[in-house]
Design a protein around this ligand. Structure first.
Ligand code: PHE
Ligand code: NA
Length: 459
């Protein structure tokens, strides 16, 4: 029973849940970030390390978040403060729940701005801006685009508006329904682009780059970036999978749906990588261009292709859809707290939080124009814009610290018998359960502590 005495919302079934959770997991992380970090770290060997991280750290934490959610039937603050006995910290663990909400609000404030850029590029593509003459100055074009406060504001507004519109509709009526429409379209677009990319003469080189490991290119930094990205890409460390798990019915298997989510997220990242590098190599370009890969390198290539505007439009539509289903899930974390714990009506909670996030996001909108010269002295990083500061703290600190909280809470503070009670019918088996507990108690915390020490430049 929710605080208002109404029955708590649920997904319509496992399928709806999986689509919504895959919608959350598949986002800018897969199509934008994964390809560019793979490019920077030299391809195959990095991909291999990333796959190991997903299996050993990401997947166990994904199960942990989903289980904490379904066991408590609560959003992160409730889930963290209700499952440990007083002797093992009791409701003090609620701190991590609060941290999830604050992180969610801040992450969405700039995720929405980048989501807005993809919409802006979609509009450019449709209006034929990617003409052969524009190919040479795609870098300048991107610079001009983000330097324009009006356009970036307009697209940030549209993106947040869309997230709010969906979340107001509720769990099965809004989030699940949006995922059921957007994700299949996403899949068709991605496979179409993959098909196109495989017909170019860069395909062989792309496959080779992604799947032939050259270990001489691997650095400690690359390994740690892979661990960090395994959190980001599975939407971990922010309470999303706790909230989504809390709407899951007992009949659904956490084990099977969790596997499916991780598998699809990984497959989609790999496909996006092959697709993008196929196009990049076919034009004889370099893979390691960093964050500009999607907004600068690709547009310049699209511009020189036959029917380039069409391919560009499909690509940015796909990226926009992926970002939207992730943005929705981040907003839901904050909204669920008010709905569950405060008994506030969903519509009011969504408008309030969506509005707040929109307003905070204005700082990131302005970070590439009006406030471009306003820099924050970040220890160890030097002066960063507000946008870059938020991105740095969230991707490098908040998600991983929260992930550490999840691992220790589920591994050590919550009674393992309670967890087994929740999972015993899920097809995981006793051995699988024991492996999971081991990974959560030892492997995940050690991996996370190593990342943090590296971030602090102590190792
Ligand atoms: N998983 C999303 C992506 O890959 C990002 C995300 C992170 C979404 C955390 C929700 C929570 O883009
Ligand atoms: Na992802």
């Amino acid at each position: 029973m929710g605080a208002a005495g109404k029955k708590r919302e649920t997904w319509s079934g496992s399928f709806g849940f999986i689509l919504a959770a895959v919608g959350s997991a598949v986002g800018l992380g897969n199509v934008w970030k994964f390809p560019y970090i793979t490019g920077e770290h030299g391809g195959g060997a990095f991909v291999l390390v990333y796959l190991v991280c997903i299996a050993l750290v990401g997947l166990p934490l994904l199960f942990a978040e989903m289980t904490l959610g379904r066991l408590s039937k609560k959003e992160p603050v409730g889930a963290f403060s209700s499952l440990a006995s007083a002797a093992r910290g009791g409701k003090w663990w609620g701190f991590f729940g609060w941290m999830s909400i604050v992180t969610a609000v801040l992450l969405l404030s700039f995720y929405s701005v980048v989501g807005g850029w993809t919409l802006g590029y979609l509009v450019k593509a449709v209006s034929g801006a990617f003409s052969p003459e524009s190919a040479a100055n795609s870098g300048e074009a991107f610079g001009e685009f983000i330097a324009d406060p009006y356009q970036t504001l307009a697209f940030h507004t549209i993106f947040m508006g869309a997230c709010i519109g969906v979340v107001i509709g509720g769990v099965s009526g809004g989030i699940e329904r949006a995922a059921k429409v957007l994700m299949p379209i996403f899949a068709v677009l991605l496979l179409t682009l993959l098909g196109y990319s495989l017909t170019t003469d860069g395909a062989g080189q792309a496959l080779n780059f992604m799947f032939y490991p050259d270990f001489s290119k691997l650095s400690a930094g690359a390994i740690l970036e892979a661990v960090g990205h395994s959190f980001f890409t599975l939407s971990l460390g922010m309470g999303v999978m706790i909230v989504y798990g809390s709407y899951l019915k007992k009949e659904s298997s956490i084990f099977k749906s969790g596997m499916m989510i991780a598998l699809l997220d990984t497959a989609i990242a790999l496909i996006a990588g092959v697709t993008i590098f196929g196009i990049v190599f076919s034009a004889g370009q370099e893979p390691g261009t960093g964050p500009g890969l999607v907004f600068v390198t690709l547009p310049s290539l699209f511009a020189s292709l036959p029917m380039g505007s069409l391919w560009a439009a499909l690509f940015f539509l796909l990226l926009g859809f992926a970002a939207l289903t992730s943005g929705i899930s981040i907003l839901e974390v904050a909204v669920a707290y008010f709905v569950d714990e405060r008994g506030i009506d969903r519509k009011k909670a969504t408008l309030f939080f969506g509005g707040t996030i929109f307003a905070i996001g204005l700082l990131s909108v302005m970070s590439t124009n009006i406030l471009a010269d306003f820099k924050i002295p970040v220890p160890g990083k030097g002066p960063l814009t507000i946008f870059d500061t938020l991105d740095y703290f969230i991707s490098n600190w908040a998600l991983v610290l929260n992930g550490l909280g999840v691992a220790i809470y589920a591994g050590w503070a919550v009674d393992a018998k309670q967890l087994w009670g929740e999972l015993k019918d899920d097809g995981l088996g006793r051995t699988g359960f024991a492996v999971w507990i081991f990974l959560m108690r030892f492997v995940a915390p050690v991996a996370i502590i190593l990342i943090l020490l590296h971030t602090l430049e102590w190792i």
